[in-house]
Structures are given as C-alpha cells and as structure tokens.
Design a binder for this molecule. Structure first.
Ligand code: FE2
Ligand code: FE2
Length: 471
C-alpha cells in the first residue's frame, strides 16, 4: 500500500515537510485503523454516513459535510492559528514568550497531561461501541458516529503532540494509547469514568452532556497552556467538542419532551406503560452522571494542580479573562467543605484550589442546560423540575468521598444511605427498563423511537427525515 499520508491526512502542520513526524504517523496509522475496526462502532462500518470532516481551521473548512464510510474518514491534524506574540499567561513564567518546544524540566509532567487527556478520547469510542445496534433513528446514529470519529481525531491530535514533540517515549505512549481498553481489568483506561459502560442511549446523551463537558473544561484549561502547540491543538478540539455536548443536551431534551407528551396524553403515572422514560428515572440518571463526572476534576485541594499552574502548563478556564495576578500565590478561593455537619465555603489557597474552581465553572455550565430542560417541562404545563444533585452526593474522589450525602445535601449514615440509594441513583430495574425500550434500532429515515421526540431541525440544514446513514 503506497499512500501519500500528507495528502491523506488533512493537516495544517506542514506534514509533507516533516519527514520524521510523517514516518512516525505512518507507523502508527495502521495500528490506529486496527484499533478502530476492533473497538470502534460494532456495525455499519461499510455504510456511508453523512459526516462532518475538518479540512482546515477556518470558518468554512472545519465543517465539511458529505457521505463517508467511517474507516475512510480523513482524521486530520489541526492546530488553531498561531499567535506569534503569544506569551505564557500565568504561573512562574508569566510574561515569557510561549514555548514552541517542550521545556526540558517539565517534559515528564507535560507528557503525562497529554497522555491522560489523549486516553479519554479512544476510551469513549470503546464505551459507545455497541450503541449503533440500538439507535433511535438514523439521525441519532449519525450523531453517534460523528462523535466517535471526532474522538478518534482527538486521539490523533494528542498523538501528533506525542510524536511531534516527545521523541521516542512519545512514540511509545502513542502505541500504549491503542493498547489500553475501557473496562479491561489488566489494561484499563486511565480515568475511572472512562471504564464504565455506556449501556444505552439515555446514558449516551447523559455522557455527552455531562462527561464531554468535563472534556470541554479540561481542554479549555489546557488551551491556556504555555506550551503553544498543546494550547493550539486544544483550542481547535473545543470547536468539535461543542457538537458533542449539543448531542447530549438535545438528546436528553428530546426524551424529556416525549415524556411530557406521554404524560399529557396518558396521565402522569403512565409514561412507562406507554413506552416513555418517566421524569424521576431521568432525574436518577442526572444524579449518576453529574456525580461521576465531577470526580473527573480530582481533589478539591491538589498540589499537582497547583504545580501544573505554577509551571504554566495548565491554566484556569478563561485564564486571560480573569482579573487577578495569574500567579495566585497570595490569593484565596472559597472551597465547599464539611464543617461540624454543615457545608460551608472556606477560604483556601487559590493555587491549590484550581481543580475546585474548574469544577465550579463546570457545575455552573451544567446548570444552564438543566434550566433549558426544565423549560421544556414547564411549556408542557407539567409541575416538575430536574435538579443537579448536591456537590457532595455520590462522590468517589475528594473530601466528600468519605461521607454519605443525599441529592439535597443531607448527611446520612451508611446503612441509611444504602437503604435509600435506589431513589437517587438508577437501579438495575431502571437500567433493564431503559434497555427494554432500546431493543432494536430504528432504521427508516424520518422515523424515531417512541421514547424520544424528533429533533427540531436536522444536521447542516438537512431535514429530520434525511438519509443520514445509507443502509
Ligand atoms: Fe474529545
Ligand atoms: Fe467529545
């Protein structure tokens, strides 16, 4: 096989002139394709899917729509435009010119940050591998595949950094990214939430709403990095990430809309009997996905996070828009803590609290979409509100992992909490019921499964009954 990779791989990194990088990518690409076949979507790999492909970073180029078979998707390498004047904007090196090469003293730390981010990208593809078998419509199936190919591209983006800037150990890490497997006992993915299954479409929409949003905040803080190639790579990834969260928000919203229709037609207690997902079940899914996604931000107080910040490697969300000294050595930040059995905000060193601040930004963002979901319920004339559970609810990482808190922030003893948890988290029976609604895919253009409303509009101005996947 004689492929011109610099042609085949759309890129804005002068791949054709960089022989060393080209060779590394050529060696990695066949392994990537093997991984995609083994762990990517379980079916429809030979079908044409109406996908968006990035072919450049400008407004027109990054969203090219057309039919493509997934294994032939052109996974490109794109960095946001370079700002020659860019500086390190925070930490001890604030004011220095942004680094175009890896600073030697931070090499190991930086590689670890890139590998940890990179590892989540293929992990989510693996978690979602079987969802295509139960897609609620061709529109939704296409959105799933779009998310999958773009997570694949995000893996490429991180591999580009590893191969382009870290030499031999970078190439080894690039291979290892294809060897770990979500949920595998011997070779698990790095972060806990990425080893959970995504067993059904409700979980998928919740995952893309809550967990891809964690991705947004991680990418946004890496997009502030003093290491300029990482910053520019993450900046471009964020444009794609927005669509993933759109899929999540509208997916949950469409389920809520359908649920409300069923409530109004058949009575509030007859949703399940008529093939919909009742609002209390949706609330339990929200409780689960919000709590596990919050864990991804790490401990409230973290010296690692403080070090990344001081080194200028990972900033805060919208770092340059924050009005302070961007050094944080003398600043405080209010952190929610448990004191004498009540939750209060306690001032902590701002530097060790950067994780917590990012989690605060994240939680606020999550709440915005929940308000839009509640508008759907309100417009249907139904008296019910979805809420985000308390910050301390069902946490496995950080200060609150040791205590048992309900979604409203009341503290329970272990036995009591376990007795009630089926009211707060999806039960086996919930999973089985949700699963039962999704026994087979809906494959006719314009048809949608009974538990979900059609979208308000199609993709790229196409209609909702467009043939998004050609079967
Ligand atoms: Fe991603
Ligand atoms: Fe994503």
């Amino acid at each position: 096989m004689n492929v011109d990779y610099s042609e085949k791989i759309p890129n804005n990194v002068n791949l054709s002139d960089d022989r060393r990088l080209k060779r590394a990518l050529e060696a990695w690409l066949p392994n990537y394709l093997d991984w995609w076949q083994e762990m990517g979507p379980a079916e429809y790999q030979d079908k044409e899917v109406y996908l968006r492909t990035a072919i450049s970073v400008d407004a027109k180029g990054w969203a090219n729509f057309g039919y493509v078979k997934m294994p032939e998707y052109r996974w490109g390498i794109f960095l946001a435009d370079k700002d020659e004047e860019r500086q390190v904007n925070f930490g001890d090196h604030k004011g220095d010119a942004a680094w175009q090469e890896v600073p030697g003293e931070y090499r190991g730390v930086l590689r670890r940050l890139i590998v940890t981010q990179g590892d989540t990208e293929p992990a989510s593809v693996e978690q979602q591998r079987h969802l295509c078998e139960t897609a609620p419509s061709l529109y939704d199936m296409r959105n799933l595949f779009q998310v999958n190919v773009e997570e694949g591209r995000h893996l490429w983006a991180m591999v580009y950094l590893l191969q382009g800037y870290f030499g031999r150990d970078g190439r080894e890490e690039a291979e290892a990214l294809l060897e770990r497997r979500s949920g595998d006992e011997d070779k698990p993915r790095i972060l806990g939430a990425f080893n959970e299954e995504t067993p059904d479409w409700l979980s998928f929409y919740m995952f893309t709403y809550f967990t891809d949003r964690d991705g947004k905040y991680q990418l946004a803080s890496l997009a502030e990095s003093g290491f300029d190639p990482l910053a520019r790579t993450c900046r471009f990834m964020l444009t794609e990430e927005a669509h993933h969260m759109f899929v999540g928000e509208t997916g949950v919203g469409r389920i809520i809309q359908r649920t409300c229709e069923l409530m109004n037609e058949f009575g509030p207690d007859n949703v399940r009997a008529n093939g919909g997902i009742d609002l209390p079940t949706l609330q339990r899914y929200v409780n689960f996905h919000f709590s596990v996604s919050q864990d991804l931000f790490g401990s409230e107080l973290s010296t690692n996070a403080a070090n990344y910040y001081t080194m200028g490697l990972k900033g805060r969300y919208d770092e340059t828009k924050i009005d302070d000294d961007h050094n944080l050595k003398n600043d405080a930040y209010p952190v929610l803590q448990l004191k004498q059995n009540s939750f209060i905000h306690v001032d902590q060193p701002a530097l060790t609290s950067v994780n917590e601040r990012l989690r605060d930004d994240y939680a606020e963002d999550c709440a915005r979409g929940v308000r839009r979901w509640n508008q759907i319920i309100k417009r249907a004339g139904i008296d019910f509100q979805i809420t985000l559970p308390h910050r301390a609810f069902h946490r496995a990482i950080g200060d609150f992992s040791e205590i048992d808190v309900d979604p409203w922030g009341n503290i329970h003893n272990r036995a009591d909490w376990e007795h009630h948890q089926h009211d707060w988290l999806p039960t086996d029976e919930d999973h089985a019921f949700v699963h039962s609604l999704m026994a087979k895919p809906v494959l006719e253009p314009g048809k949608y499964a009974n538990y979900i409303a059609p979208p308000a509009r199609g993709i790229n101005n196409q209609s909702v009954d467009f043939e998004y996947v050609r079967l």
